[in-house]
Design a protein around this ligand. Structure first.
Ligand code: ANZ
Ligand code: ZN
Length: 808
């Protein structure tokens, strides 16, 4: 008997498949298409650990199923290779990022290739390849032309350690997501993409995506953060003491955004964010300027998270010398600055209604400010009441329902109904080297001018120093003969933009390029897009829920709007991968020295064992803990399959029960792959193999049917056995076996259900389901629900296959 020599087998078939171009996607548009996509990796210097391929294994199994079902499958892979880690590595090791990127990609590709993935490598893309980023730059220019890419001087988030500006999405718990540093706010020129123009569509169109994880859609909704309310103007007066006489000298307006204009009569003070313009403008009227200035400085040091933390005690300073007028009742009210009001949201100023807003309530208590109830229904002596109710203390609006009063009171004071989004425009420039150059030339006469499209790509020039300058300029600014150029519009002197694009630029549209990777004329051929788009199934890490996935939807909608694309949503179905944790329960990381390298596992146990094990570990989207022991279990299973294949006897007839088991398993594995319940698919096959052993064998035809459903999971082993059995073409070109409906039918039995010992119903139960599942089914039975009648269930008693008793 031959030994299962995974090394020999895996290498042999990998080479053969490559030779035969087995996984090259055809352009046959008469076939139904299926586009299954992985989130492409960032090729870091550390290489892969066993957690990385989990999603790739699952999509590979899925892609193989779809091919066997007759679909024309697009399953590509590429590299998201711009970014800080490579640049930092370059600085430390004096190796050009281009060189280290190339090296890292080579290592990654070798590692992936050993796992038997069925990628069509002819479509490989790399975001740092000028032929690729040409189109990233092209898309940017189109956005510029439509006014969606603009220069801004608003203060932005600055990471002092990464020495670059960042987008809101780049923060995690208020800190730099990359290096965990406290961030600062820094006023500087930057390029910004107007994603807010798309906020409403990004929100509404989530409803078009029933096959996305609910949790990810919810995270996007929160990130976009739509609020409906009103903008209302308050008059601000300054009171300067001139020879004992109070005289109003300056009048300005202060606009607030509120979701509760119905509470306007209860606004007893106002709050400006420490960064608010008006504070500086009215500086000369402010009597306690030094106190105010000190507070502003302190606020700058705090993170947004700290500032908005509800549990923290509110701080603030009254601005002496100015007052606001409540436009509803003309009351003169004090103005504070306090850091619980943020500059980047709404208008950066609020009308404070302590009776009906929790934050304002806490603040008013601390500073002894008036708490004026204007909505009835709560007890505002004790706590803020934020619900709806009848209006009180609001003159002619008394007795009105709060919902109605929102518009009426807004009209009464000349305000406007308004919608506000929490999402902010995307800060799109980085003061670093390893990114796409922004294809813009600055001219004194013409302003910002995009470079002519026929000059794309604008290649990233070489520099001596990648070191970020920290001055707000990128290392590119040092290359004077690159920077100095002529203005494409007037021919005068021009200077190139030296900021680069963020790491998230290329990944915002890369999935489109796989469809048409060689196209030199356009970003994508529209007919090809028509055929292949949208991506039918997208699988990747949950950490991308509110960054990559929002950016990509935004770019996609933009490209749709300018007529490049046929569909306005990129990803039809979305699934996130649960992490694989190290045996010590922690995240796998170099830092913890608990990383397991897939190469070692492949050497020792084989790629097929690794693939099968990672699918068997547990529910796909849940985190699970690595166990080399567990892996050995799947290896033993494959050895069993191997042994059975060696002992197949001519003319052996499968037992009838085995045949039924086989058909049930074909049915289950097919639907489990579709539903991404890969772990239960694997255990069904294990069960089937146990039955084969019990029954002392299986017929060759039946065994081959089983091999076909195992093939997507363990492509090498099944190919070897398949061909050993005398088949001349690849098992991966076979059709997915059809199961016999009658044979695959689940066995059921009738279970008598009692409530308090009396039989009240009979329920059909599928053989083999767990007691929990039975309980769920029983309690959903309408007859039983009637008898339970909302009473508390004390306990349930289950006598296997006979009686289920509910005690209430
Ligand atoms: C008066 C008021 C009365 C408010 C009331 C609420 C309840 P969302 O739902 O998140 O949009 N607000 C507005 N701009 C702010 C800023 N820059 N920083 C901190 N808070 C700000 O919340 C909108 C509400 O948050 C606004 O409505 C405002 O307080 C506050 F009974 O105005 B409200
Ligand atoms: Zn010019």
């Amino acid at each position: 008997m031959k030994k299962y020599n995974h090394k020999k087998i895996e290498q042999k078939w990998a080479e053969k498949w490559e030779q035969d171009n087995l996984y090259q996607t055809s352009e046959d548009i008469t076939k139904r298409k299926y586009y299954i996509l992985d989130m492409f990796p960032y090729p870091s210097g550390a290489g892969l650990h066993v957690g990385h391929p989990k999603g790739y294994i699952a999509t590979d199994i899925f892609a193989r199923l779809k091919r066997m079902q007759g679909f024309n499958v697009l399953h590509p892979m590429g590299w998201d290779a711009f970014g800080l880690p490579t640049e930092n590595f370059a600085i430390k090791n004096k190796m050009h990022p281009r060189v280290s990127t190339k090296k890292n990609i080579k290592v990654f590709k070798e590692q992936l290739s050993r796992l038997g993935f069925s990628y069509d490598w002819k479509r490989e893309i790399n975001t740092t390849d000028p032929e690729f980023y040409k189109w990233t730059q092209w898309a940017f220019i189109q956005m510029f032309k439509k006014g969606l890419a603009y220069e801004s001087y608003e203060p932005i988030i600055w990471c002092p350690s990464c020495k670059t500006g960042l987008a809101n999405e780049d923060l995690e718990n208020g800190k730099c997501e990359r290096c965990d540093s406290e961030i600062e706010k820094k006023p500087m020129r930057q390029w910004v993409l107007k994603i807010t123009d798309y906020a409403e569509r990004l929100l509404q169109d989530l409803d078009k995506l029933p096959n996305w994880d609910k949790s990810i859609k919810e995270m996007q909704r929160n990130w976009i953060g739509k609020s409906e309310g009103a903008e209302i103007n308050f008059l601000v007066k300054s009171q300067t003491c001139l020879s004992g006489r109070q005289e109003s000298k300056v009048k300005s307006e202060l606009k607030v955004f509120t979701t509760r204009p119905d509470t306007l009569f209860g606004a007893t003070y106002m709050v400006l964010s420490p960064e608010h313009q008006l504070v500086v403008e009215l500086k000369n009227q402010i009597e306690n300027w030094s106190e105010v200035e000190k507070y502003i400085k302190e606020a700058q040091k705090k993170s947004e998270i700290d500032r908005t933390d509800l549990s923290k005690e509110k701080t603030g300073v009254e601005i002496k010398g100015i007052k606001a007028i409540n436009p509803a009742n003309k009351a003169e009210i004090p103005i504070f600055i306090a850091d619980y009001v943020l500059s980047g949201y709404g208008t950066g100023a609020i009308m404070a209604v302590p009776a009906h807003d929790e934050r304002d309530f806490g603040f008013a208590k601390k500073f002894g400010l008036e708490i004026r109830e204007v909505i009835s229904g709560g007890n505002v002596k004790v706590e803020a009441y934020s619900g709806d109710g009848k209006i009180v203390n609001s003159e002619k609006f008394d007795e009105m329902e709060s919902e109605e009063a929102k518009q009426k009171i807004t009209e009464f004071v000349g305000g406007e109904m308004a919608i506000n989004y929490r999402i902010q425009d995307w800060v799109f420039s980085r003061q670093r080297y390893w990114g796409e150059p922004i294809p813009i030339i600055h001219c004194e006469k013409c302003g910002a001018v995009p470079i002519p499209e026929n000059e794309l790509p604008l290649e990233l020039p070489d520099v001596k120093n990648y070191e970020p300058t920290g001055t707000g300029e990128s290392p590119l600014a040092d290359i004077t003969d690159w920077v100095n150029t002529t203005c494409p519009k007037c021919g005068g002197l021009g200077k190139r933009e030296t900021n680069t694009m963020p790491q998230w630029a290329g990944s915002s549209w890369y999935y489109l390029r796989y469809i048409d990777p060689q196209n030199n004329e356009e970003l994508i051929n529209k007919d090809k897009d028509q055929y292949w788009s949208p991506v039918d199934f997208y699988v990747g890490g949950a950490e991308h829920a509110t960054r990559h996935l929002i950016y990509a939807r935004f770019w996609h909608k933009f490209l749709f709007d300018i007529g490049v694309l046929n569909y306005d949503e990129p990803f039809e179905r979305l699934q996130h991968v649960g992490l694989i944790l190290a045996e010590d329960g922690r995240k796998m990381s170099k830092r913890w020295e608990n990383v397991i390298n897939p190469d070692d596992i492949v050497d020792k146990f084989g790629a097929d064992s690794l693939r099968l094990y990672e699918m068997f570990m547990g529910p796909f989207s849940q985190p699970c803990i690595w166990s080399t022991n567990g892996l050995m279990g799947t290896r033993r299973f494959l050895e069993k399959v191997w042994r059975i294949s060696e002992n197949l006897e001519d003319g052996f007839k499968s037992d009838r029960n085995l045949i039924r088991e086989l058909h049930k398993t074909i049915k289950k594995v097919g639907s489990d792959i579709e539903e991404f319940k890969l772990n239960t698919g694997v255990s069904a096959m294990m069960k089937l193999v146990n039955v084969m052993e019990d029954k002392k064998g299986i017929s060759k035809t039946n065994f081959e049917m089983f091999l076909k459903i195992l093939a997507p999971f363990t492509p090498h082993l099944t190919e070897e056995i398949w061909q050993e059995l005398g088949n001349k073409t690849s098992i991966h070109l076979e059709k997915w076996p059809e199961y016999d409906k009658e044979l695959a039918k689940d066995d059921t039995y009738t279970l008598a259900v009692q409530v308090n010992g009396k039989v009240r119903a009979e329920v059909e139960i599928t053989d083999g389901i767990s007691e929990d599942e039975i309980k769920e089914k029983v309690l959903l039975n309408l007859q039983i629900q009637k008898w339970i009648d909302n009473k508390k269930i004390k306990k349930t008693i289950y006598i296997k296959n006979k009686i289920f008793n509910v005690v209430v």
